[in-house]
Design a protein around this ligand. Structure first.
Ligand code: SF4
Length: 368
């Protein structure tokens, strides 16, 4: 469980089992929500068909109150797929024999030019954990080069110290996402047997260090499929509440990545259905209306198009999950997961507009 959560897994499960339809209705009608409202809306009682349209309606209203009819667009840029970790579920892990690549600064420039062609102004830099090549100095150089080209630069790389986050913030990065993968400490140990990522404590306080260093957005998530999702979601909610208190100047952002097939053949023990995923996203939107929420390219176009109307406020477009995938070497190297939405950016913008929503490329300018 998230270390600050004062309940055991058994207590959380016992609470879920006792939630009644009346408790779900009560949580839906409240204006301000707390931790137990989140549990009520995530519970099996709230998953009944009779509640689905009410959940959608409440979530759509909450989303509209904070984000109007806008959908923010970003693109991930994988700059490296080398990694010293041994996460059992990921094809970037050190034991997986595949061609690896770290982009040079010039190659990053080529990739960015291909991304910019589609109007995209928010960039997420992604890399495996490779302290030899993906150093803080290298990332700072990347930030310095790209901050004039993109109005928002985000990071999804190895967790850093607070001092290093200060350097990265000064170099132009303002947002960070770090998947906890699982909040269950024993399972975490099993899934991450070696490498720097094996230290649970270092990973779980990543967002706190980044927030203290000034990062504007702190992304939290677990990997859906590793453990029972309702228990993990309780920890995710507790994590978000903790960050909202400790780093009140920053905005918390949720992502809900489901495990998709990888060539290493990892089979998730607790698969999460699309219906479960929808319930989770609706519940988090209702309880955390002001927080950001991303819908992954792991999901189908139909699901993505629907959920950006009812819960999520941002999505990626035209994503490539291999280093060099936009302009240099499509399909040449190992990718981190299977994409289920392979539409090009134009098709995604068109789908958003068809649903009477507005595509937003830029919603932040630090110079103003
Ligand atoms: S999940 Fe991240 S840290 Fe783990 S092997 Fe994959 S890229 Fe490396």
């Amino acid at each position: 469980m998230f270390p600050k959560l004062k309940f055991t897994k058994e207590q959380i499960l016992a609470y879920y089992a006792k939630v009644t339809p009346e408790m779900v209705s009560g949580s839906l009608t409240r204006y301000r929500h707390g931790f137990f409202d989140l549990l009520n809306l995530l519970s099996p009682a709230a998953s009944k068909e009779e509640f689905r349209s009410v959940l959608r309606e409440a979530s759509t209203l909450a989303r509209r109150r904070y984000y109007g009819k806008t959908v923010s667009i970003f693109a991930p840029l994988y700059i490296s797929n080398t990694c010293v970790n041994s996460c059992r579920y990921c094809d970037f892990n050190i034991h997986h024999h595949a061609k690896r690549k770290t982009l040079t600064l010039d190659e990053i420039g080529l990739e960015c030019a291909a991304i910019r062609k589609h109007g995209i102004d928010s960039l997420l830099i992604v890399a495996g954990e490779d302290p030899k090549h993906i150093t803080v100095d290298f990332l700072c150089e990347v930030g310095e080069r790209l901050k004039e080209q993109f109005s928002c630069l985000s990071l999804e790389v190895a967790p850093q110290s607070e001092e290093d986050y200060q350097k990265l913030f000064a170099a132009g990065f303002e947002s960070l996402i770090c998947f906890q993968e699982t909040y269950e400490q024993d399972l975490y140990k099993y899934l991450h047997p070696a490498g720097p990522k094996s230290v649970y404590e270092h990973r779980v306080w990543t967002q706190l260090r980044a927030g203290r260093a000034g990062f504007r957005t702190l992304g939290v998530a677990f990997l859906l499929g590793l453990a029972p999702w309702r228990v993990e979601a309780a920890s995710l909610g507790a994590h978000a509440l903790y960050l909202m208190k400790e780093c009140y100047q920053s905005r918390v952002q949720f992502a809900f990545p489901r495990i998709t097939p990888v060539s290493g053949g990892f089979i998730p023990e607790y698969p999460v259905s699309e219906s479960d995923l929808e319930q989770m996203m609706l519940a988090f939107r209702i309880v955390f209306p002001e927080c950001g929420m991303t819908v992954s390219t792991r999901e189908s176009p139909a699901f993505r198009d629907a959920i950006v109307q009812s819960a999520a406020d941002n999505m990626s477009a035209g994503s490539r999950v291999t280093p060099g995938g936009y302009a240099i070497s499509a399909n040449r190297d190992v990718s981190q997961f299977t994409l289920n939405d392979s539409r090009d950016p134009k098709e995604i913008y068109q789908a958003i507009r068809c649903n009477h929503q507005e595509v937003v490329f830029k919603n932040w300018d630090k110079r103003i």
